[in-house]
Design a protein around this ligand. Structure first.
Ligand SMILES: Nc1ncnc2c1ncn2[C@@H]1O[C@H](COP(=O)(O)OP(=O)(O)OP(=O)(O)O)[C@@H](O)[C@H]1O
Ligand SMILES: [Mg+2]
Length: 184
């Protein structure tokens, strides 16, 4: 009788996924749908800011990398805990710079970065239709200027955000399947 070795050496634990990209590219929209689709816990990067950062942002003062460090460590800790407790998880985080992603990986080496990529015009158009948030065009410019795409040694994939959210979820699942053999 032949032994089945199907997926035997692939990781069978639920994935820890960071949905990254510039402001308004669609991180929250996709990450929520993906977490639902895969039955994973969901978190938003914005919810991990220490009180000092919230005070700064409320006063309209931009955060610097020193401010971002404890925030990124907290997001990394959440991902690390999701690995340790075996639940997996999906978190939104712009994670624009390599060094920010390095901080997340330090706490969660297996994190998979799903970079949502879209052109300036498309994102600006979507943002102009979003209610409840205001994003000046100049701020979007600075996001693109800061963006450091994934390097070849970083675990992750790029997803162009042209298609509908429902299509993107299925594309994301397909991208994750080779690294997580038991995804539905
Ligand atoms: N694939 C898509 N097709 C069409 N519209 C989309 C798509 N994804 C997101 N949107 C719309 O684009 C806008 C921005 O999306 P969303 O709020 O998810 O972006 P975000 O990256 O989380 O933004 P932020 O960085 O401000 O948190 C929303 O109005 C959303 O409904
Ligand atoms: Mg969001």
């Amino acid at each position: 009788m032949a032994l089945s070795v199907e997926n035997h050496d692939l990781p069978q634990t639920p994935p820890t996924i960071v949905v990254m990209g510039v402001s308004g590219v669609g991180k929250t929209t996709l990450a929520r749908l993906l977490a639902d689709r895969l039955g994973l816990p969901f978190a938003e990067a914005d919810d991990f800011h220490p009180a000092a950062n919230i005070a700064k942002m409320s006063a309209g003062v931009p955060l610097d990398d020193e401010d971002r460090a404890p925030w990124l460590r907290a997001i990394g800790a959440w991902l690390g805990e999701r690995t340790e407790d075996g639940s997996g998880g999906v978190v939104t985080c712009s994670a624009l710079k390599r060094r920010y992603r390095d901080t997340l990986r330090a706490a969660c080496p297996g994190a998979f970065f799903l970079h949502l990529s879209g052109g300036h015009e498309l994102v600006e158009d979507r943002l102009s239709h979003r209610t409840g948030h205001f994003m000046p065009s100049s701020l979007l410019d600075s996001q693109y200027a800061a963006l450091e795409p994934l390097a070849v040694d970083e675990r992750g994939a790029v997803l162009d955000v042209g298609p509908s959210p429902e299509q993107l979820v299925e594309m994301a699942v397909a991208l994750l399947r080779p690294v997580n053999g038991d995804l539905a």
